[in-house]
Design a protein around this ligand. Structure first.
Ligand code: SF4
Ligand code: SF4
Ligand SMILES: [Zn+2]
Length: 266
């Protein structure tokens, strides 16, 4: 693994010496298998806003929620309480507001001081004069495969790392440089003066516009079959590095589970 970029909500890295199925397993685990927090159930006591209860529930469910320590929580179905409800698997939340105002995600209150919304300014509803919202509910930990509200990974994908080969036939006409939408190619000024040089192959989208444009066939794009450029973005409910590490842990957990089940059969 080779890190290209790591920010709070995005990670870019190379995976080398591996297969498409493993790169895809990481991608899928980031999308669907790493547990995250979301509002699960709500009881609405008062809603005189223009929003139906169902619209309100949907908006609240999709608010990204973070925690100081996700390790403190358990998926209800896997909790020692058997899913009946305890502080490890259900966190209380409330929302009370009266118009005129715009209700934002930052108005949500949680029973656990270590739990908070990832972004304070997500609009939930606009309340007119005298309109009210009063509700309570529970936040639970679960996986994106059950419902998209628990999906911490948003834009998760991969591509093969391209190898861009420029042969000696290159005449330095610059046509490939002009058509490249990612600014990957430049006309060299160093030792390859007058010929095309590659700046950063990671940026190449493998569109092959440069290949089509080159009349002498001097440029070739070859996807490296065992090197992958991974792109992982999160919804803000957890740092990107935790999401990727969580994806690897989930794959390991499921592999161990499969191994145990297979050993029971033999
Ligand atoms: S289009 Fe072909 S010949 Fe022209 S600069 Fe690019 S690689 Fe060289
Ligand atoms: S394949 Fe597309 S993105 Fe890559 S170098 Fe050629 S034109 Fe640029
Ligand atoms: Zn519990």
């Amino acid at each position: 693994m080779e890190l290209i970029e790591l920010a709070e909500d995005r990670a870019r890295f190379l995976l080398r010496d591996t297969t498409p199925s493993f790169a895809n397993a990481i991608r899928r685990a980031c999308l669907a298998e790493v547990p995250s927090l979301a509002i699960d159930e709500i009881s609405i006591y008062d809603n005189t806003s223009v929003l139906f209860d169902e619209q309100l529930s949907l908006r609240l469910g999709l608010v990204p929620i973070k925690s100081d320590d996700l390790g403190l929580f358990t998926v209800p179905e896997e909790c020692d309480c058997g899913g009946a409800g305890c502080p490890a698997c259900r966190i209380g939340m409330t929302l009370t507001a009266e118009g005129p105002c715009t209700v934002h995600s930052g108005d949500l209150r949680f029973a656990d001081p270590g739990v908070a919304v990832a972004f304070e300014k997500i609009p939930i509803a606009i309340l007119g004069e005298g309109e009210k919202l009063m509700l309570e509910g529970t936040v639970t930990l679960n996986r994106g495969m059950l419902h998209a509200k628990w999906q911490a990974g948003t834009h998760c994908g991969y591509k093969n790392l391209p190898e861009i080969r420029v042969s000696d036939e290159c005449e330095g006409c610059g046509r490939c440089v002009e058509v490249c939408p990612r600014e990957v190619l430049v006309i060299g000024e160093g030792k390859e003066k007058g010929k095309v040089e590659v700046t950063d192959p990671v940026r190449c989208s493998l569109c092959r516009l440069c290949v089509k444009e080159c009349e002498v066939g001097a440029i070739k794009i070859v996807p490296l079959e065992d090197v992958f450029v991974m792109k992982i973005d999160t919804d803000g409910s957890m740092p990107a590095k935790d999401l990727v590490a969580g994806a690897a842990a989930e794959i390991k957990r499921r592999a161990s589970l499969l191994s145990e089940q297979l050993s029971e059969l033999t």
